[in-house]
Design a protein around this ligand. Structure first.
Ligand code: NI
Length: 267
């Protein structure tokens, strides 16, 4: 599958789960902005069958190259980011949950979910947008939630873009990320304020903010339940000493951004 089509399909799937992203995108376009994506982020479990490498495959096939790796101690995650030589294309950020750092009960639940995925599904080009490939219950979601919001989110939504991120440097009418944040709030989109609305700073060469995830009805084996879906993110990058914009990610900031799908913070 060609890369443009991959992102087009991912965006379609993402905005179905997160209609606020499409509304914000439309608001920015109406102001005359061209919206480029800074990065698109994916989540998975670190089991060999479905780990980072499996999601990365289709992007590597399309010319993406791994550039950075990250450890999120608090959230028990490992992540990589990849870049394409065509700088118009977004970076791809893939994180995986370190399953073995959780209770035996949670490990068993996650292994049982992943066991339901067939090898042929993982081999497909569209694996990164194949959604939830297992039967599961809301009870399972609730029990994973006690240990990790990320683990629970994965169990409900499976393989898809967790978020798209607007490249704020490319916007012409918002000199600062704070200006964009005010515009979003004025238009009725609450932001994730955990750790402050703006995560990071010029000192770490990256500032990020995000909306709070909306909720959607998800069907489980034991019924349909409203749960948080995805958020929309905004990133402004600053130049390094060599004059080039920093292209990596900041662990401390991302730890807070991950909480945008935490239901304790829901809108
Ligand atoms: Ni992100």
């Amino acid at each position: 599958m060609k890369i443009d089509l991959i992102f087009e399909k991912l965006w379609k799937q993402y905005t179905q789960l997160n209609p606020q992203a499409e509304k914000i995108h439309a608001l920015l376009k109406a102001r005359g902005e061209t919206v480029l994506n800074d990065h698109v982020a994916f989540r998975t479990y670190n089991l060999a069958e479905v780990g980072i490498e499996k999601l990365a495959k289709v992007f590597k096939k399309n010319g993406y190259i791994p550039k950075g790796e990250y450890h999120f101690e608090e959230k028990k995650l490992y992540a990589i980011h990849m870049e394409h030589e065509n700088k118009i294309l977004p970076k791809v950020f893939i994180s995986e949950l370190l399953v073995n750092k959780f209770s035996n009960e949670a490990q068993k639940i996650i292994k049982d979910l992943v066991q339901q995925v067939s090898k042929s599904q993982i081999e497909q080009d569209d694996f990164c947008m194949s959604g939830r490939l297992w039967k599961t219950t809301h009870k399972t979601y609730e029990s994973l939630l006690k240990e990790s919001e990320y683990a629970a989110w994965m169990s409900a939504f499976g393989f898809c873009a967790n978020h798209f991120t607007v490249n704020v440097n490319n916007l012409k009418t918002f000199p600062t990320l704070a200006d964009l944040n005010s515009f979003l709030k004025q238009n009725g989109f609450p932001l994730n304020a955990s750790g402050g609305e703006i995560k990071g700073s010029k000192d770490v060469f990256l500032e990020q903010s995000s909306t709070l995830a909306g909720k959607t009805a998800v069907s489980f084996e034991d019924g349909t339940f409203e749960i948080p879906t995805c958020y929309y993110e905004f990133a402004k990058r600053y130049p390094l000493a060599n004059g080039e914009l920093y292209q990596g990610f900041v662990e401390k900031s991302a730890d807070k951004i991950f909480e945008s799908t935490d239901r304790k913070l829901q809108m």
